[in-house]
Design a protein around this ligand. Structure first.
Ligand code: 7PJ
Length: 353
């Protein structure tokens, strides 16, 4: 039984606002970003079910962590769908499901969806994620014809009118293929290319970057009784396995984005453990996406009777940003963008003006 190693960078060191390169404060700079310098790390070893953890100052990490893992942490990330990942990027959510853009729940209105997509861009989205199959807990699957009928008119209508790239949120190979042909620039699959037996090959053929999201179980039943030995490490290992599968299918790691899948087969405790350990996923050598927006884990943390989840959503997004998450999938683009701008200006990354 060989041991597995993990590094969770901790203690981001904000650089002095306005400081020059030679005045930078030192530490381990994740993906070579000067705004993602960490003072220390938790070095974790798992072997035969036993987990040991130690704190290591950044300066000693290079001697103690496996070389390949250090390379994954330090390597700059390639742009995704034309977006440089030198700062947090916002993915605006565009749901084309009957309950989101409906006329009496009877039929979908592509025009309303297109308008909403344009509004997401105007609010500051760097990418717009279009999806037509609800994967919320308890939801039922949608067949491929119905999904195409909902999503294609929206992609075809939006792609020529947007300056930012479109992403397709689907678990189906045929939808990936058709959406790519219609102008989608990124594939976002909540099953990490496991749901449809053709999706690994089809995603590879599109040449597009792919978001690999972790889920335990199917949307209909995933919240029944989720269980992990160690939620963070189990999800890390599972994502590492999906990266391997993608590489074997011809999708290089530079084109992959990993996502722990907040709310997909997770209890409140699981979700909170993940939000507090997001920086560990840099060790996979990919960009990280976080989707916590308006999710139900926020409800039990809210005041009685409160239904608004904006505060919790923005807090979760900033937890991600502080840990170096590059992509935030959100409904509330304007509020998230404002929060990210405050973080960036106070991090010495951008001039205050
Ligand atoms: C996610 C997603 C997420 C990624 C949904 C909802 C449920 N895709 N699609 N990550 N969630 N990559 O938005 O509440 O967390 S649908």
């Amino acid at each position: 039984m060989t041991a597995s190693y993990y590094v969770r960078p901790v203690g981001r060191v904000p650089q002095p606002v306005g400081a020059r390169q030679h005045q930078a404060m030192h530490g381990v700079a994740i993906s070579a970003r000067s705004d993602l310098v960490f003072a220390a790390a938790e070095l974790i070893e798992r072997s035969a079910g036993q987990i040991s953890r130690r704190s290591v100052p950044a300066a000693e990490l290079g001697q103690l962590a496996p070389r390949e893992l250090m390379q994954c942490l330090l390597q700059p990330r390639e742009p995704i769908a034309g977006l440089a990942l030198d700062r947090p990027r916002i993915m605006g959510i565009l749901n084309v499901t009957p309950d989101s853009f409906s006329d009496g729940g009877q039929f979908l209105a592509p025009d309303a969806a297109i308008e909403h997509g344009l509004r997401l861009e105007a609010e500051g989205a760097d990418i717009v994620d279009v999806g037509a199959e609800s994967t919320r807990p308890g939801s039922n699957p949608v067949d491929v014809e119905e999904e195409l009928r909902r999503v294609l008119p929206v992609i075809e209508g939006l792609a020529p009118r947007l300056r930012v790239p479109l992403s397709i949120d689907t678990r189906k190979a045929e939808v990936m293929h058709r959406a790519a042909a219609a102008g989608a620039r990124l594939i976002n699959d909540v099953s990490a290319l496991t749901h449809d037996p053709r999706s690994l090959q089809v995603a590879a053929e599109t040449g597009l970057p792919v978001v690999l999201m972790h889920a335990q179980g199917d949307p209909r039943t995933m919240q029944d009784n989720p269980h992990y030995a160690d939620v963070v490490l189990d999800i890390y290992d599972w994502l590492a396995g999906r990266i391997d599968a993608c590489e074997q299918a011809g999708i290089p790691r530079t084109r992959l984005i990993v996502d722990p899948g907040i709310g997909f087969g997770k209890t409140l405790a699981h979700n909170l453990a993940l939000l507090g350990s997001l920086s560990i996923f840099h060790g996979l050598g990919c960009a990280i996406l976080l989707g916590a927006s308006r999710k139900s884990f926020i409800a039990p943390l809210s005041a009685p009777g409160s239904t608004d989840r904006l505060g919790g959503s923005v807090a979760a997004a900033l937890l991600g940003v502080e840990q170096g998450v590059q992509l935030l999938r959100v409904h509330d683009v304007a509020a998230t963008r404002q929060a990210v701008a405050v973080w960036q200006r106070a991090s010495g990354r951008l001039p205050p003006g």
